[in-house]
Each structure stands twice: as C-alpha cells, then as structure tokens.
Ligand binder design. Sequence first.
Ligand code: CUA
Length: 156
Amino acid sequence: MHIHKYEKIWLIFGIGSLFIFLTIVGVSAFAKGNQPPSGLTTIDPEKVDQTPPFNKPGLVKTGDNEYQLNMVASAFSYTPAQVEIPKGAKVTINVTTKDVIHGFEVVGTNINMMVEPGYVNSFTKTFDKTGEYTILCNEYCGAGHHMMTARIKVVD
Ligand code: CUA
C-alpha cells in the first residue's frame, strides 16, 4: 500500500512527539532529586521491635559520611524522639509504624512520607545546614495526632 506524503509526515511527527514526551517524563522523574518509589519493603507491623534495623532505632553510620536513620512511628510519638546528625551527612531515613498510618514530614525540607503499617518508607537527604528540624505527623492518627513530633538537630 502506498503511504501518502502527508500521512508519512504526520506519522513521523506522532512518533517523534511520543519520544520527546517519554524523554521528558523519564528525565524529570529522576532529575531534581526525585527518587524512585519507596515503601516497597515490607515488615510485620506486630514484630517491628524485633525486626532489624528497627529493633535498635536511631542513627547508624554506614559509610564515609553516610548514615541510616531508622525511626519507628507509633501513636503518638516517634522513636527516637530526638536525633543528632553531623552537618553534611548523607542520611537515608527508614521509617515504619507499629500501629496505624502516620505521616513523616520534616518541616522546611522536601521530606514528606506516609508511613503505613507493614511497609518501610525511605528517603535520602544530605543535611548541609546546621540547625533544628521538626518532624511531624501529617496524617490524622487519633487523639494525640497534634502532639506527634520529633526533632532532628544538625550539628557541626
Ligand atoms: Cu501520627 Cu498523626
């Protein structure tokens, strides 16, 4: 079958647009510090206290200037309630919950996760500035929801 000239042009235009679109989506998905989906790791919510690394919540050094911050959310607090992070540290925060859905927002940063029972959510960030950050729960979780906070101190 003979393809008409204009049909050909539109076909090329169409396929070309598709590639441009996919490239934009593909690049923007990972540019600007966006991260691949987290929350794919599962955990038994009844056994959080016995399951590493959440059996020992807190900051763990994993490499040169790299850390893991493992936190447990439960109604209505976070464990640990306060943590000190050395300035410039690249920290992967892993968080899970022992009971209901909680939030994990670090005010003034782009860290904002939903914490679901049965899952571990993660976020990696380098803390470049000293100061205090408030972690707060932004998912309604019950009577003490508004009091559910913790603190990150970035120190020299
Ligand atoms: Cu935990 Cu709201």
